[in-house]
Design a protein around this ligand. Structure first.
Ligand SMILES: [Zn+2]
Ligand SMILES: [Zn+2]
Length: 209
């Protein structure tokens, strides 16, 4: 069955609702969210990240909060809403989301990642999920990650082979400061000693395709 990805609309031969590159992006973005939520806290007060604001008289005056950052942090609750939607679609009891916002966010991200194989294979909501998480990630990144190259170095396509004999094919990234390239899709680790072989397989499979 040939279908198109519900997010990027490229034809997807696997018949999934989300293609492999979109799934890789989505899982990466979800994994980033708790760290970004925490990092946003440091941007809540104007000047707190630019080293100014010291030297006032008469003790610490309350700094005004940045309303845009406050609103942005509030939007992270949509992640919990998405997990609830997945539970609903799968006829499961509602997810147990308790604790403070960060704890709930961790729970919701872990839950969505656990349901990811089902989400990308069949769920019609997958495209909207990818869209909303992508928007949230982009908005947060403009505040906490102004570096335009947060993903590191591209190592080509993952060559791990699953039990059916299919090559993974997801794009591998070497995160800044990391030694080992890890596949977001199949979680295969590629240390530098394997890169020569990886390159050889990539060339071989590109020729065959
Ligand atoms: Zn796609
Ligand atoms: Zn892989």
């Amino acid at each position: 069955m040939d279908t198109t990805c519900t997010h990027c609309h490229t034809p997807d031969p696997t018949g999934s609702t989300l293609c492999v590159p979109c799934t890789t992006t989505l899982t990466g973005q979800l994994t980033d969210l708790p760290r970004m939520y925490e990092a946003l806290a440091e941007h809540l007060t104007p000047g707190s990240s630019s080293g100014q604001g010291r030297g006032g008289k008469g003790g610490p005056a309350p700094l005004p909060l940045r309303v845009d950052v406050l609103d942005l942090r509030g939007e992270f609750d949509t992640v919990c809403g998405w997990l609830a939607a997945v539970h609903d679609a799968r006829h499961l009891r509602g997810p147990r989301l308790t604790g403070d916002t960060l704890t709930r966010l961790h729970t919701a991200v872990a839950g969505l990642l656990a349901h990811m194989p089902w989400i990308v294979a069949t769920w019609p909501g997958a495209g909207d999920l990818a869209q909303e998480i992508g928007d949230l990630h982009r908005s947060a990144a403009t505040v906490v990650d102004p570096d335009p190259r947060p993903r590191g170095r591209r190592i080509g396509h993952c060559q791990s082979i699953d039990t059916s004999g299919a090559i993974c094919g997801a794009v591998l990234w070497l995160a800044p400061g990391e030694q080992v390239a890890r596949c977001d899709w199949c979680s295969m680790a590629w240390p530098p000693t394997t890169w020569m072989q990886l390159r050889a397989w990539q060339t071989e499979n590109a020729d065959a395709a």
